[in-house]
Design a protein around this ligand. Structure first.
Ligand code: FAD
Length: 430
């Protein structure tokens, strides 16, 4: 694609953030390269869902992203639940004697309902929207410095180097770009453990229907309980049920270098002992050998700024959140849209303009995305009946979810972009 800009942007990291950003920039005629540490684009085999704000941001980033999402997305099976985000159930209901139909305590809806995608399938579709030679694989960033010609020089672990006019770090929660910006000793260089971990499973839908009944298996549910919660939603066009079981634990995570550890299904069953029959039946459907995922975030030590000179961080690198609002990746796509809007602006021409654009990005994105990190921690405690002032009062839990989901989903994406453009007007003057 012909470029109408006189600069080249390096994107470090090709996850959901890096790829949506690359697609948005490429189709706006901006010269980019992705540097990814892995040998190819890839995502884990787990489900992920997106709210109305994320869907609107996808469409505006590039319609192909939205088409990719539609192609692989699975919604609740029952038409009566097309706007249901989750039915919330008492997962600890002692009166329920056997697995099967269970009445919801309350239901949370939004304009797009629940829509789950298999992460890897979504990524595979999106990859088709950029030319292959846009990415360099096996490039694990180590450091960045300013070169003699004013370019930024990236140094990779394999000993190679590459240059660009600006570097956008979309390298995830353990971001090297963040460490480069603030130093390895800065508190924000290291994410913190939220004292929650999650067991994840993908199970055949027929088995789930047999175990807990059609309504609960084929439509999204959140099973709440003391110190734990289990969410389920269908993926793979209803063939598979995605199960994520969260548990709160006071212990430290044993190895901060590794965010997953192999466990047994019995460990999950032991953590959820005392829960009702639907939760137990769901866990029994998972594989005997499971991965347990530590939930880390940037909540204890938020990043003071998202930009420094011509280096900027986006997505989880900037605001990694626990997943309890189901909105982390959606906010990553909002980031991609704001960044694309700023870099596309005809006033952004020179390396100095890029600095102004990144300052505008920080002004536009930091408050909202860091709010999500804190709110996600709080809402998880609501699901687990341990939030101060809320406890196990279902009316209060419902109120908290609706209030906070409103901030996330009823968000004016057009205004977000026009605000960013206004912020750019200010920062270009500075
Ligand atoms: P990543 O996906 O971490 O990608 C970073 C990329 O950078 C990787 O490809 C990596 O290989 C590469 N990289 C890293 N370091 C380097 C380096 N030094 N050099 C070069 N490349 C590098 N969000 C939702 O919106 N909805 C959900 O339902 C949802 N569910 C979730 C469930 C769980 C259990 C978790 C943990 C998160 C969930 N999220 C959800 C959040 C979502 O997964 C993240 O916000 C999103 O995937 C972050 O994408 P990213 O591209 O910023 O980072």
């Amino acid at each position: 694609m012909a470029t109408n800009k006189n600069f080249e942007i390096a994107i470090v990291g090709g996850g959901i953030t890096g790829l949506t950003l690359a697609i948005a920039l490429y189709h706006r005629g901006i010269n980019i390269k992705i540097y990814e540490q892995a040998p190819k684009f890839g995502e884990i085999g787990a489900g992920i869902s997106f709210g109305p704000n994320a869907v609107a941001a996808m469409k505006k980033c590039h319609t192909g992203i939205y088409d990719s999402f539609e192609k692989v997305c699975t919604r609740n099976s029952w038409p009566s639940k097309s706007k249901v985000w989750f039915d919330y159930l008492n997962g600890y209901d002692k009166s329920l004697k056997q697995a099967g139909h269970q009445k919801a305590e309350f239901t949370i809806t939004n304009s797009v309902g629940q829509n789950g995608v298999h992460r890897a399938h979504f990524l595979d579709e999106m990859v088709k929207l950029v030319p292959e030679d846009i990415a360099r694989f096996g490039k694990r960033l180590r450091s960045i410095n300013e070169g003699s010609g004013g370019k930024l020089v990236m140094h990779f672990e394999d000993g190679s180097e590459a240059q660009a006019d600006a570097v956008i770090g979309s390298d995830g929660i353990k971001s090297t770009v963040r460490k480069v910006m603030f130093g390895v000793d800065h508190p924000c260089a290291h994410p913190s453990y939220t004292h929650k971990y999650a067991y994840r499973g993908l199970v055949p839908m027929e088995q789930a229907v047999e175990a807990i009944g059609e309504e609960r298996a084929k439509n999204s549910c959140m099973h709440m309980g003391p110190g734990g919660h289990v969410l389920t939603f269908p993926v793979n066009h209803g063939q598979i049920l995605n199960i994520v079981a969260f548990h709160t634990n006071k212990d430290d995570w044993p190895d901060y270098q590794r965010l997953t550890r192999p466990v047994k299904r019995e460990d999950a069953l032991s953590d959820f002992s005392g829960y009702g029959p639907n939760v137990i039946q769901l866990l029994k459907l998972t594989k005997p050998d499971l991965d347990c995922w530590a939930i880390f975030d940037l909540g204890d030590n938020p990043v003071p700024r998202f930009n420094k000179g011509r280096v900027v961080i986006v997505g989880d690198a900037a605001h990694a959140t626990s997943p309890h609002h189901g909105a982390g990746a959606g906010f990553c796509i909002e980031d991609s849209l704001v960044m694309a809007t700023l870099l596309q602006d005809e006033r952004v021409k020179s390396p100095k303009d890029l600095e102004a654009a990144f300052t505008a990005f920080d002004a536009n994105r930091r408050e909202r995305s860091q709010w999500l990190v804190q709110s996600s921690r709080f809402i998880s405690d609501c699901y687990e009946w341990q939030a101060p002032g809320v406890g196990d009062d279902f009316k209060k839990i419902e109120h908290e979810i609706n209030t906070r989901n409103g901030i996330i989903t009823e968000f004016d994406i057009e205004k977000m972009c026009s605000d960013a453009t206004e912020e750019l007007t200010k920062t270009l003057r500075q």
